[in-house]
Design a protein around this ligand. Structure first.
Ligand SMILES: NC(=O)c1ccc[n+]([C@@H]2O[C@H](COP(=O)([O-])OP(=O)(O)OC[C@H]3O[C@@H](n4cnc5c(N)ncnc54)[C@H](OP(=O)(O)O)[C@@H]3O)[C@@H](O)[C@H]2O)c1
Length: 454
C-alpha cells in the first residue's frame, strides 16, 4: 500500500514545496483514456500547483499496439496485462477505462483490496455490480470516483452527492444518451426517418456499428440506476428499469407531437413517489417550451426536482474524449487531495451515505405507472370508428383530452390521434388490446407517454 504522508510532508506542502507524486495507473487508453493522458500532460503544472503534488501517469494497460508512438509516450509505461498493473504496489489511483463488466469489476475489487483508490467511467459495470463495488470501497476505506459514468463531462454525480445533499429529491429526468438525442433532434429538425439518421450517425462515428446499447435505451437505463442511487439512496438493477428505445419513432408521430405542442425525447425518468420508486426509460413527449426540449444534438441534460430547491438543470457534453476526461480528472484531483490532506486516507461512501444505509429498491411495476398518453390509431375512414375507440377507452377508465383527425377522406386508412388525461398503464394496454380485437384499426396502435408537468 502506498505510504501515508508524514506530518513533515504536510508542512512542506503548506510551505509550497511539491510533495512526492500521486501515481496513477490507467486501465484502457481508448477514447476516454487518451483524453485523460492529454489532460494530465497539458495541465500538469496547474494540477501540481493545485494539489501541492504532481499527478504522475505511472502505467497504462491496453492491448492495442502502437499507443506509445501515437501518444508520444515512453513504451515502458505500457503493458497489455491489466491484472499485473493493478497488482503493482507503487500506484495510488487506478483509473478503469476498459469498459464492459469483466475484467473491469474484478480489477477494481483487487485495486480497492490492495489500498488503491479507483476512478471509473463504467456505467454498465456499476449498474450491474455497483453495490459490490461500493461495499468493497467502504470496507477498504477507499474512494470510487465515477463522475464520468453519467452525463459525461456534466458534474452530476458530485452535484447530487454533495451540493444537493441537504434536499430531498423528488424526481430526476435525464437526457443521458447523446446518440439518441442526436437522432431524435435530427429527425425533428430535418424531417428524416429514423433509419436514415441512424445510418448517417454511424457513418460519422456518432453511433456505434452495433447501436442497440444506445438506441434501445439500455445505456440510459444503466445511468438511471446510478442516478436513482444518488438521488434516492436506493440501489436498483437495470432489469428493474422499464426500458424502451427510439426505433419505433416516426416522422408522423413527430409531426403530431409538434401539433400538440410537444417534442419527443428519450428520457430516463425516476420519481420517488409515496407509493414507491418509478424508474423508466422511454421516448417521452415533453412541452416544446420546456428547458429539456431545447437540449439538442448529442448534448445531455439532467433535470432534477428537489423538495426545497425546486427545479434545477445540468447541461453539457455527455460524451467524447476530452469532455469525459474532464470528469475523470475531477475525480482524480478530488481523490489525490484527500490522499494528501488525510495522510493517505481517502473519502469513502461513494454514494454519499454509508453503504449500510443504502436500501435495495422496489420499483413500481410499469403497469402501475400513471401518465398521460399520446395515441395514434390507423383506422379506415368510416363513420363510427372514433366512437368505438372512445367507448373502449372509456370503459377502461381512460378519458380523452383531445382528438386530431384532420386527414379525413385523404386516404382509405387515416390516422386518428388522441391525447388522454392521466391513466394507469395497465388500463391503457388493456384498452389497446381490446381495440385491436375489434378490428377497427389496421395496425398496432402507437402510444407515447407524455410528461407535461415536469
Ligand atoms: N467514449 C465516451 O465518450 C464515454 C463517455 C462516458 C463514459 N464512457 C465509458 O468509459 C469507458 C471507456 O470508454 P471508451 O469509449 O474510452 O472505450 P474504448 O475507446 O473502447 O477504449 C477502451 C480501451 O481499452 C482496451 N481494453 C479493453 N479491455 C481490455 C483488456 N481486458 N485488456 C487490455 N486492454 C483492454 C481497448 O482495446 P480494444 O479496442 O482492443 O478492445 C481500448 O483500447 C467505458 O466504460 C465507457 O462506457 C465513455
Amino acid at each position: 500500500m502506498p505510504a501515508a504522508r508524514s506530518e513533515s510532508e504536510s508542512r512542506r506542502a503548506r510551505a509550497g514545496t511539491l510533495l512526492k507524486p500521486v501515481r496513477i495507473g490507467l486501465l484502457g487508453c481508448g477514447t476516454v483514456g487518451t483524453g485523460v493522458v492529454k489532460l494530465l500532460r497539458a495541465n500538469a503544472a496547474a494540477l501540481a500547483r493545485r494539489l501541492g503534488a504532481p499527478l504522475e501517469l505511472a502505467a497504462i494497460a491496453d492491448r492495442r499496439h502502437g499507443l506509445d508512438v501515437a501518444l508520444g509516450l515512453d513504451p515502458n509505461l505500457f503493458t497489455k496485462d491489466g491484472a499485473a498493473l493493478v497488482a503493482r504496489p507503487d500506484l495510488d489511483i487506478i483509473v478503469e477505462l476498459f469498459g464492459g463488466e469483466e475484467p473491469a469489476r474484478t480489477l477494481i475489487l483487487k485495486a480497492l483490496a490492495s489500498g488503491k483508490d479507483v476512478v471509473t467511467a463504467n456505467k454498465a459495470m456499476l449498474a450491474a455490480h455497483g453495490e459490490q463495488i461500493f461495499r468493497a470501497a467502504d470496507k477498504a476505506g477507499r474512494a470510487v470516483g465515477f463522475e464520468a459514468s453519467v452525463g459525461g463531462g456534466i458534474p452530476i454525480i458530485r452535484t447530487l452527492r454533495e451540493a444537493l445533499a441537504g434536499d430531498r429529491q423528488r424526481a430526476v429526468y435525464g437526457i443521458v444518451n447523446g446518440t439518441c438525442n442526436y437522432i431524435l433532434t435530427t429527425m425533428t429538425e430535418r424531417g428524416v426517418e429514423f433509419a436514415e439518421v441512424l445510418a448517417e450517425a454511424q457513418r460519422s462515428g456518432l453511433a456505434e456499428a452495433d447501436p442497440s446499447l444506445d438506441i434501445d435505451g439500455h445505456d440510459a437505463a444503466h445511468k438511471l440506476c446510478l442516478l436513482v442511487a444518488l438521488a434516492f439512496g436506493v440501489m436498483i438493477k437495470p432489469s428493474q428499469v422499464y426500458t424502451e428505445g427510439i426505433r419505433a419513432i416516426t416522422q408522423q408521430d413527430i409531426a403530431y407531437a409538434r401539433e400538440l405542442g410537444f417534442t419527443i425525447k428519450l428520457l430516463a425518468i425516476a420519481k420517488d413517489e409515496d407509493g414507491g420508486i418509478e424508474a423508466r426509460v422511454h421516448p417521452t413527449m415533453i412541452p416544446r417550451k420546456h428547458l429539456l426540449a431545447d437540449v439538442g444534438g448529442s448534448f445531455n441534460a439532467i433535470y432534477i426536482q428537489g423538495e426545497a430547491l425546486g427545479s434545477s438543470m445540468y447541461f453539457g457534453r455527455g460524451a467524447g474524449e476530452l469532455p469525459t476526461a474532464t470528469a475523470v480528472l475531477g475525480d482524480i484531483v478530488e481523490i489525490a487531495r484527500h490522499r494528501i490532506a488525510a495522510g493517505g486516507g481517502a473519502r469513502s461512501h461513494p454514494l454519499g451515505l454509508p453503504i449500510e444505509q443504502i436500501k435495495r429498491g422496489r420499483v413500481k411495476p410499469m403497469d402501475d405507472v400513471v401518465c398521460e398518453y399520446y395515441l395514434r390509431f390507423m383506422a379506415p375512414d368510416k363513420p363510427g370508428v372514433l366512437g368505438v375507440i372512445a367507448s373502449v377507452l372509456g370503459r377502461n377508465g381512460i378519458s380523452i383530452a383531445s382528438v386530431i383527425q384532420q386527414e379525413r377522406n385523404a386516404e382509405v386508412t387515416v390516422p386518428v390521434v388522441m391525447r388522454t388525461h392521466e391513466a394507469r398503464e395497465r388500463n391503457l394496454k388493456r384498452a389497446l388490446a381490446q381495440i385491436r380485437r375489434f378490428r377497427v384499426v389496421r395496425q398496432a396502435p402507437v402510444f407515447i407517454r407524455i410528461e407535461e408537468r415536469l
